[in-house]
Design a protein around this ligand. Structure first.
Ligand SMILES: [Zn+2]
Length: 96
């Protein structure tokens, strides 16, 4: 499944609810899910981690869709040629 197909699927499943909830509350849900992912990282439970990664992506897709950002297109534009800063694959920027 491509990112654009995932975004369309999430729009079909949750688009109406997402529009009613709005951008700010949807962004808060994304933040909550990130917290749950961080918590799952401590447990090392692979099934739980898979769920939390999927939930973070779903909320990210909901949020990007709410503001009409085509996430696949944005990602390709930003990373399609490699690192956005040094344009290399792999990145050759000095490590932070
Ligand atoms: Zn770089």
């Amino acid at each position: 499944m491509r990112i654009s197909e995932a975004q369309k699927l999430i729009r079909e499943i949750y688009g109406e609810r997402d529009r009613k909830r709005g951008i700010v509350k949807t962004a808060l849900h994304l933040g909550e899910e990130l917290g749950e992912l961080f918590h799952a990282l401590r447990t090392n439970n692979v099934d739980n981690l898979r769920e939390e990664f999927a939930d973070v992506l779903a909320w990210l897709l909901s949020l990007s869709d709410l503001i009409s950002v085509d996430l696949e297109d944005a990602f390709i534009t930003r990373y399609g040629e490699g690192c956005p800063k040094c344009r290399s694959i792999p990145c050759k920027c000095p490590e932070v």
